[in-house]
Design a protein around this ligand. Sequence first.
Ligand SMILES: [Zn+2]
Length: 110
Amino acid sequence: MKCAKFNVGDKGQRYETHYIHVDTKEDLVFGWSNEPDKLAAAADLMPSAESTYTLDRETKHEWTITRFLRNAPFCRVCGIVRLASEKNKPCKGPTKMRGMESSLTTEESK
Ligand SMILES: [Zn+2]
C-alpha cells in the first residue's frame, strides 16, 4: 500500500501506523516512523480514515490516540498506557474482559 504524500518506506522503523478505511473497514498501512505519534496524527486528519493505530514492532503494542486523549496513548489490544520512555514491556495480548454483567449475575454461570 502506497501513500503518495506520506509514504517514507519501510526501512525497519520501530513504528508502523495503520488506519481503518471509513468505507471498506480495511486495515491499511499508512507509513513507518521512529516516532510513535508522528504519522498517526497525520493519518487521523484524512477523511478516509475512520480510526488509526500505530503498531510498535518492538513490543507489539498497538498504540491508539484519540482526539481527546492526545497525551495518553494506550494499547488497543491490552489497554496499557504507553510510558513516556517508550519502554513498555511487550504486549500480552487482549485483556480478558470481565463485563459488568458477569459481576451482577453471579448465579447464571452455575
Ligand atoms: Zn498491548
